[in-house]
Design a protein around this ligand. Structure first.
Ligand code: ASP
Ligand code: MG
Length: 421
C-alpha cells in the first residue's frame, strides 16, 4: 500500500465529464489499496475569466480581493470532484486551503507556502477517506485567502505530498510525460521513463510547459517523487511503464540515485528569441561586472548567458550577455544611460539568436560532451556564437534560422531518436 497525492490540471477537470474521468483514475488507485489525496486546479479557462472580471471591476483593485475572487475556481472543482467520487462509492470530502490549513505568507497573488498542518489530512487518509484539496490557494497569517501565482497548483500538490509524507505525487495533465525534446520539432522525440530533479530543472524550457518550476524545486528539496502522466489515458487500461515493463505510464521525476541507466544526454532544449549584447573594451576594474548586471537587474531585465574575456592588456575586457529579444532595446538603453558608471568603448548586439542546450546528469562523469556537441553542430555547418556550461548542461547560442536543424542533429547524435519511426 502506498500513499499517493494526485493532482489534476485545468484540462483534466475542464468539464463535469472530465472530472468524472479523472475520478476514475482516483478510483483505480483506491481500489488497488492505496491512500489517495487529490489536489485540483480550476476548470481550464476559469482562472483567466476570474482575473478578467477583477480587472473589469477595477484595474486598481486590492490584492486581497483579487485572491478572494481568483481562488474560487479551485473551490468549484474540489467540491465537484468530491461529489463525483462519493457517487462512485468513495468517501470523499473537499478542503479549501484554509480548511487544511495551508499556511502562506501574505504576498497576495504570489504567496509562498510556509507550512501545512498534516493532522486532518493524515486522519482522513488513514480512515480511508479521499480528501480533495484546492490547489493554488492558502491562508495568510492574517487569516485571508491567498493565491500562489499562476500555475501554482503543482506547487500545492508537491507541498501537500511532502506534508503527508506521500510515496509519490502524480501530476495528471494533458501530455503523457516529459520528452527528450519538443515533439513538434523532432517527431522522433521520446517520452522519458525517468528524469532526475536536476535535469528537470535544467530542462525548464521543456518542463515549464509540463510542470511549474517552483514545484520541481520543492520536489527536489523534499524528495517528493513526481509522476507526470496524462488524465486522457483510459483509467481502466492495464498500468504499464513507457518502456513496456509493468508499472505506471508517464515520466517519473526522481532522485538521481533512482536512475540506474544514466544517459549522458537526456534531453535537448531550445529557447528562441535570444538577443546578444557585447560591450567592448570595458574598463577591467573590480566592480565593473557588478555595475553592469546590477543596473540591468534594477530595471528587471533578466540576463541569461554571460561571457567575459580575459583582458589582454590588463586594462580592458569584453563582456557579452544575452537577454530576451523583447528586452533588447531596453537593455541597450539601460547600459547607455548608466553613463560614467560603466566605462566601455563600444556597444553592439543583435536579436534573433537561439539557445540550444544538451542536458544530462551523465555529463558529470563523462568527458568530451561539449566537444562532441560542437562537432555535431560543425558537421551541419552551424556556427556557434557563445558557449556556456553548467555541471549537467552545455548551451550554445546560434543563429535562430538553424535552431530546429541543430536540435534535430543533436537529438540524433546523442542517440535519443525513437527507433522504428
Ligand atoms: N488555476 C490556476 C491557474 O490557472 C492554478 C493552476 O492551474 O495551476 O493559474
Ligand atoms: Mg495549470
Amino acid at each position: 500500500m502506498a500513499r499517493i497525492v494526485v493532482k489534476f490540471g485545468g484540462t483534466s477537470v475542464a468539464t463535469v465529464e472530465r472530472i468524472r474521468q479523472a475520478a476514475r483514475h482516483v478510483k483505480r488507485e483506491v481500489d488497488a489499496g492505496h491512500e489517495v489525496a487529490v489536489v485540483v486546479s480550476a476548470m481550464s479557462g476559469k482562472t483567466n475569466e476570474l482575473v478578467d472580471w477583477v480587472n473589469e471591476a477595477s484595474p486598481l483593485h486590492d490584492a486581497r480581493e483579487y485572491d478572494a475572487v481568483v481562488a474560487s475556481g479551485e473551490q468549484v472543482t474540489a467540491g465537484l470532484m468530491a461529489i463525483v467520487l462519493s457517487e462512485m462509492g468513495i468517501q470523499s470530502r473537499s478542503f479549501a486551503g484554509w480548511q487544511v490549513p495551508i499556511q502562506t505568507n501574505d504576498a497576495h497573488g504570489a504567496a509562498r507556502i510556509t507550512e501545512i498542518d498534516p493532522t486532518e489530512l493524515d486522519k482522513r487518509l488513514s480512515d480511508g477517506w479521499v480528501p480533495v484539496i484546492t490547489g493554488f490557494q492558502g491562508i495568510s497569517p492574517h487569516g485571508r485567502i491567498t493565491t500562489l501565482g499562476r500555475g501554482g497548483s503543482d506547487t500545492s500538490a508537491v507541498a501537500v505530498a511532502a506534508a503527508v509524507k506521500a510515496d509519490r505525487c502524480d501530476i495528471y495533465t494533458d501530455v503523457d510525460g516529459v520528452y527528450t525534446t519538443d515533439p513538434r520539432i523532432v517527431s522522433k522525440a521520446q517520452r522519458l521513463t525517468k528524469i532526475s530533479f536536476e535535469e528537470m530543472l535544467e530542462m525548464a524550457s521543456l518542463g515549464a510547459k509540463v510542470l511549474m518550476i517552483r514545484s520541481v524545486e520543492m520536489a527536489m528539496a523534499y524528495k517528493v517523487r513526481l509522476l507526470v502522466r496524462s488524465s486522457f489515458d483510459d483509467p481502466d487500461a492495464p498500468q504499464v511503464a513507457p518502456d513496456g515493463s509493468p508499472g505506471v505510464p508517464g515520466t517519473l521525476v526522481c532522485d538521481e540515485d533512482e536512475i540506474m541507466e544514466k544517459q549522458i544526454v537526456s534531453g535537448v532544449t531550445l529557447a528562441k528569441a535570444e538577443a546578444k549584447i557585447t560591450l567592448r573594451d570595458v574598463k577591467d576594474n573590480p566592480g565593473v561586472a557588478a555595475e553592469i548586471f546590477g543596473t540591468l537587474a534594477d530595471q528587471g531585465i533578466i540576463v541569461d548567458m554571460i561571457v567575459q574575456n580575459v583582458a589582454d592588456d590588463g586594462a580592458t575586457t569584453d563582456i557579452t550577455l544575452t537577454v530576451p529579444d523583447r528586452e533588447y532595446d531596453k537593455a541597450i538603453k539601460t547600459i547607455k544611460d548608466a553613463g560614467d558608471r560603466i566605462e566601455y568603448a563600444r556597444i553592439s548586439g543583435s536579436k534573433g539568436g537561439a539557445k540550444v542546450s544538451v542536458v544530462g546528469v551523465g555529463m558529470r562523469s563523462h568527458a568530451g560532451v561539449a566537444s562532441s556537441m560542437f562537432k555535431a553542430l560543425a558537421d551541419k555547418g552551424i556556427n556557434i556564437q557563445l558557449i556556456t556550461t553548467s555541471e549537467i548542461k552545455t548551451s550554445v547560442l546560434i543563429d535562430e534560422q538553424y535552431a530546429e536543424l541543430a536540435v534535430r542533429a543533436l537529438h540524433t547524435y546523442y542517440g535519443l531518436d525513437k527507433k522504428g519511426v
